[in-house]
Structure formats: C-alpha cells, structure tokens
Ligand binder design. Structure first.
Ligand SMILES: [Zn+2]
Length: 295
C-alpha cells in the first residue's frame, strides 16, 4: 500500500456546491493541516437552476450541459479549499441528479434516487478501502432537508461504511477497512438564527430565507456533538461557494441560491457523531473530528 497521510477525512455529498456550503471551512482547515481530504460527489447536479442569465442555455430543458459545467465549478471550488482529491461516485456522470422530491426526473434512468443502494455503495467501498479514512462526514437520514439525492447519499454512505468493514465483502475492492467515526451535518437553530439576524442588519438581499431552509437544522442541541470553528477559513469557504456561480450568489458573508433568498454563510460547522468514537463528555462538544482517533 502507498503511504497515506496520518489523518484522513472522507466526505460524501449529493451535488457540487453542497460540500462548500456545509463543510467548506472544515475541508479547508484539515487540508491546510496536512490531512488527506477526499470528497465524493454522487451526481453532477444536472437538474440545478442556473442563476447567471448568460449561462441559462446550460439548463436541462435547453442544452442539458449543466452537469459538465458544474464539474469545472467543483474543481475551482476545491482549489479554493486546497482539496486535491475529489471524485464522482462511480465516475463522472455515472449517476444523475434526481431533481426535487416528486419530480418526474426521480424515476429517470440513471437518476441517483432510483439507483440500487448496494450497487452505488460498492463504488464508495472501493474509495473507502483505498483512502482508508478514519472519519466520514455525510447527511442525516433526512438528507438535511429532504432532497432525494441527499437522502440517497446518506443511505449509500452508511451502507458503504458497513460494507467496507465486512471481511467477506468484495475483496476485489480492496482490504477491509473500518471507519472509526461517522458524523452527520447539523446546524443548531440558535446559531442559524444569529446568522439571519446579521443578514437582516446588513440588508444585502431584498428577501431572506428562513432558518427552516438551512439543511440539517435542529433545535435539539443535544444532537450536536462536535463543532469546528472555521473563522480562519471563512474567506476560503466563501471563495469556494463563489466558484459555484451557476448555483450560488455570494455577497460578503451572505449568499443566495437560485430562489434569491438571502442566507448567512455559516463559518462554524456543526456535527452529530452518528457511529463510533466516544464523543465529548456530556454538555461539551468535540473541537476536532479526529479526536480520540489513532493515526
Ligand atoms: Zn444538493
């Protein structure tokens, strides 16, 4: 086996841009500290809405070239975060964006939502057994906010977590590997509300989204077991989000998706320990996702 950095973090996301919005500061921090940061994105985000009018021709109901374009945006975002290892699940274009829940695209051939979970997980097992991460980050079972590709990304990530460790499973995909800790993305409601208050004071977007629109939002602070203070990486996170220009409009410390509703860029990133680890003592939070992990 080739030499691996001591600390290895794997993130599994649904579309290009999700990684920067949810984990941009965390990814930049660990990359800067010399950890191996690997991003697996499950689809190319073909069904996204296009913000810049000059790029409207890429849309799925026109040229349907948004997916390949977003591959370039993702690469630019990863440059901003200092992340060199980013891949698409099963290869670029293997799974297609399924659109919003209930859309007819959900059942389109190749749509990630209609993919067989075990088959999709096998692609991820191959990455896990190669990269051998101690820490996996993905969404909660609701996918943070109910988008079918986010729910499916959760299912595939959790299935791959189990299968990668199984001794008898697909030895052709590499030697078994047990990931020490799995975290789900979370945002504490009180922290999101502070951000929306700042947005109101700044008055940069005409209309504001609601805290309920923030993926992973929870009012239950006991679910949140780890937080990464990304203040030092706020600039990198914001730059990475700006690189996803078809999807995100950034104004200072705020942004809007294609609905043009303002949201705060959240630079402290919060997590729920879902598997493994012993977590922080009651009432405290871990400040390092690798806490307690042997190299
Ligand atoms: Zn997404």
């Amino acid at each position: 086996m080739t030499h691996l950095p001591a600390r290895r973090l794997l993130l599994v996301h649904a579309h290009p841009d999700d990684e920067s919005i949810n984990n941009g500061a965390t990814m930049a921090k660990y990359a800067a500290e010399g950890a191996q940061v690997t991003l697996v994105t499950c689809t190319r985000g073909e069904e996204g809405e296009v913000i810049p009018p000059s790029l409207a021709h890429l849309a799925p109901d026109r040229e349907d070239q948004l997916g390949p374009y977003r591959v370039g945006e993702l690469a630019a975002a990863m440059k901003e975060l200092g992340v060199t290892d980013h891949r698409f699940l099963g290869g670029s274009g293997r799974y297609r964006d399924s659109g919003m829940m209930g859309a007819e695209q959900n059942r389109r051939p190749g749509a990630f939502w209609s993919a067989d979970v075990d088959e999709a997980a096998a692609h991820l097992v191959e990455v896990v057994r190669q990269v051998r991460p101690q820490v996996l980050v993905t969404y909660d079972p609701h996918g943070g906010y109910g988008h079918p590709d986010h729910i499916q990304a959760h299912r595939v990530a959790m299935r791959a977590f189990d299968l990668a460790a199984e001794r008898a499973y697909r030895r052709d995909l590499g030697a078994p590997h047990e990931i020490a800790k799995v975290y789900w993305n979370r945002v504490p409601r009180a922290y999101a509300e502070e951000g929306f208050a700042r947005l109101r004071d700044a008055g940069v977007f005409a209309k504001s989204a609601a805290p309920e629109d923030v993926p992973g939002l929870t009012a239950d602070e006991t679910l949140i077991t780890a937080e990464i203070d990304g203040a030092a990486y706020a600039g990198r996170k914001t730059a990475a989000m700006r690189a996803h220009a078809t999807q995100i409009a950034v104004e200072g410390g705020f942004f809007a998706l294609s609905n043009d509703l303002g949201q705060p860029v959240l630079t402290t990133e919060h997590y729920q320990l879902a598997r493994g680890g012993s977590g922080a003592p009651a009432g405290e939070r871990e400040r390092d996702l690798f806490a307690g992990v042997a190299a």
